[in-house]
Ligand binder design. Structure first.
Ligand SMILES: [Zn+2]
Length: 182
């Protein structure tokens, strides 16, 4: 039997098993070179977050805040915080994808108790990803790619670079907006 990807750490949290791989991948294949990054205002970043949520048919996007003083950006269903260096499209979409992946979990037509049981006993990595939201799991990656595609990145090259980088993604249809045009 293969080892489940999601295991509890000693502190009782689920390991964000491919975080560093995702960071390395996006630096190599997704983010534009520093001199080509168009730094936006918080209001412009808010528009991108709003559109990303809208694209997935979700209402109530998180508010974008000035994350100056923080080293890194962060995003959840409640808020997106962006230090100045991070105010370009690809990072904003990354942070939007965190909140969106948390909310898409609700689209699955499996009772939460079943998902929780299969996630905790190691029989379903997919449910573990959805139930425990480790951060940069497979659902997150798929949503991020979908948003990048929507913003003009080439889906095929994104997916092949993920493959090359050993980053896993989920290809279930609930990771796509309803009525996506291919
Ligand atoms: Zn992240």
């Amino acid at each position: 039997m293969r080892k489940p990807q999601y295991r509890l750490t000693r502190s009782g949290r689920y390991r964000d098993f491919q975080r560093q791989k995702v960071y390395d991948w996006e630096r190599a294949h997704v983010f534009p070179e520093k001199e080509f990054r168009e730094i936006m205002s918080i209001a412009e970043c808010q528009v991108i977050v709003n559109k990303a949520y809208e694209y997935f048919g979700l209402i109530g996007p998180p508010e974008v805040h000035d994350g100056r003083g923080r080293r890194s950006a962060c995003g959840s269903i409640y808020a997106v915080r962006l230090p100045k260096w991070a105010r370009f499209t690809e990072v904003v979409l990354h942070e939007a994808a965190h909140g969106i992946s948390s909310r898409l979990c609700m689209r699955i037509k499996v009772p939460i108790e079943t998902m929780f049981r299969m996630a905790t006993n190691g029989t379903s990595d997919e449910y573990a990803d959805l139930v425990f939201q480790p951060g940069h799991g497979e659902v997150f990656v798929r949503i991020f790619v979908e948003l990048l595609r929507h913003y003009g990145h080439n889906e095929f090259s994104l997916l092949s670079s993920l493959e090359e980088s050993g980053v896993k993604w989920n290809d279930q249809s609930y990771c796509e907006p309803e009525g996506r045009s291919t």
